[in-house]
Design a protein around this ligand. Structure first.
Ligand code: NAP
Length: 303
């Protein structure tokens, strides 16, 4: 039996592992994709203290190495079920069942989809949710990025360097991205902003060849030839596995406060998966530390 099982190897989960191991507790981390979580796709991190300009990939690998050097076991497997009914918590993966004294859920959140016609059909054939993963396939081509937050501006900035033309399509005329990101993108000559606009349909034969864009202000529609649509419109929690036993808020995030405690003793929720005002690397790291500390206190009192 492990002291703590951590579900998710993003910033929150690996920080929890670092704090857990340093508190003398054995930590097992499960990750279904790659270490680092959302940030692994960021070309450059500029708002994490002491980390200016480090790529998301390098940061993720450094974080993984730090947790492992401290003794955390990281396994790449999907958690398919949990049993939190007893004092000992059970975590079920596709291969095996595991037990722990405490569990920290740090499974992040998934990319939101537009839900327009053609999005699902062309996923992987021109519709992408990661410019750093797929941008190179569209070198010298015309592409669109959808969204007005940090991710959309980062993706557009990255694509502007390798693509011939980039449309940034946003449903409003104000952006939630930082002003520095907006100013920087506006300087690029091959970027066109289409505000108050939404994609109604993504079209093509075998791969994306155009998108129908509707202007919400004057209701006009235009079909723009392009080779790819990069969707960067935020995150949605994926907490269906827990909805019958743990309390979620109206949007599906864990209803846990700063101490990361859920409604079940010994089960904690940390990072983007928890309801909170600001989802950033620093807040994820902060949650990881808080959750591991709370788990350590819980274990000390109860085992
Ligand atoms: P976000 O900040 O939640 O922004 C989502 C954007 O997509 C908003 O512009 C939103 O428009 C738009 N949107 C939402 N639903 C839409 C829909 N159905 N159709 C069209 N547009 C839609 O998401 P994000 O940029 O992916 O960032 C997620 C979190 O990660 C944020 O907390 C962000 O700060 C953080 N992040 C941080 C960094 C960094 O610090 N370097 C980098 C990337 C992400 P409205 O404004 O109209 O709602």
């Amino acid at each position: 039996m492990y002291d703590i099982i951590i579900i998710g190897a993003g910033t929150a989960g690996l920080t929890a592992a670092i704090y857990g191991q340093r508190a003398g507790l054995s930590c097992k981390v499960f990750e279904k994709y790659a270490p680092g979580g959302q940030i692994v796709n960021s070309p450059s991190i500029e708002n994490y203290p002491g980390m200016y300009g480090v790529s998301g990939y390098d940061y993720s690998m450094a974080l993984l190495e730090q947790a492992q050097k401290l003794g955390a076991e990281v396994e790449f497997a999907e958690v398919t079920g949990v049993d939190f009914s007893g004092k000992t918590k059970k975590v079920i993966t596709s291969a095996e069942d595991f037990e722990a004294k405490a569990v920290i859920i740090a499974n992040g959140a998934a990319r939101r989809k537009i839900g327009c016609k053609g999005e699902e059909e062309f996923e992987g054939r021109g519709v992408s949710y990661c410019a750093t993963c797929d941008g190179a396939f569209f070198r010298g081509k015309t592409v669109a990025v959808v969204g007005g937050g940090e991710s959309a501006f980062e993706e557009a900035e990255y694509l502007a360097e390798i693509c011939d033309k980039v449309y940034l399509i946003h449903r409003r005329d104000v952006f939630t991205a930082a002003k520095t990101a907006v100013d920087s993108l506006l300087k690029k000559k091959n970027v066109t902003l289409l505000t108050n606009s939404v994609i109604e349909e993504i079209k093509g034969e075998n791969a994306v060849s155009s998108a129908v864009i509707k202007n919400r202000a004057n209701r006009s529609k235009v079909e723009v030839p392009l080779s790819a649509v990069f969707v960067a419109i935020g995150l949605v929690p994926e907490n269906g596995l827990y909805k019958d036993v743990l309390t979620l808020d109206e949007y599906g995030y864990f209803d846990a406060a700063e101490d990361c405690k859920t409604n079940i003793e010994g089960v904690f929720a940390a990072g983007d998966t928890r309801k909170k005002q600001l989802r950033q690397l620093v807040t994820a790291a902060s949650d990881g530390a808080a959750a591991a500390t709370a788990a350590a206190n819980y274990i000390r009192k109860n085992f």
